[in-house]
Design a protein around this ligand. Structure first.
Ligand code: CA
Ligand code: CA
Length: 117
């Protein structure tokens, strides 16, 4: 996953005081412009705004993927809608996980309903 770092001079970021780099646990992203950030259902947690609605559970509670915190569009063409068994995904799994003989949906629809990638 590519992360967006702010454009512009790096010196102003260091000046803002960070030993911690953005993305590290416990870091408060004071030095980043707010448009680069999105907050999770738990306001203490944050993600880069491009991690919102990307299908991956970045917040840990899926609040970056699911209402009411975000209004993400439904699964795209590369995704299969189901309740995943894996922590990494929220309401969709990538279709490459269909028909791979491993259960990724709680109802097994990735193996028995999804036609595959
Ligand atoms: Ca996400
Ligand atoms: Ca599967």
């Amino acid at each position: 996953m590519n992360k967006i770092f702010p454009q512009g001079d790096a010196e102003s970021n260091t000046a803002a005081g960070g030993k911690a780099r953005p993305g590290e646990e416990g870091d408060v992203p004071r030095s980043l412009p707010s448009f680069l950030l999105a907050y999770c259902g738990d306001p203490a947690s944050w993600i880069y705004s491009d991690q919102k609605c990307d299908g991956t559970n970045n917040c840990g509670d899926c609040s970056d993927e699911l209402s009411p915190v975000t209004a993400c569009p439904p699964c795209g063409p590369g995704w299969w809608r189901c309740t995943p068994t894996v922590f990494k995904y929220c309401s969709c799994i990538p279709r490459v996980l269909c028909q791979d003989h491993v259960q990724h949906c709680s109802d097994w629809s990735d193996e028995y309903v999804c036609p595959g990638p």
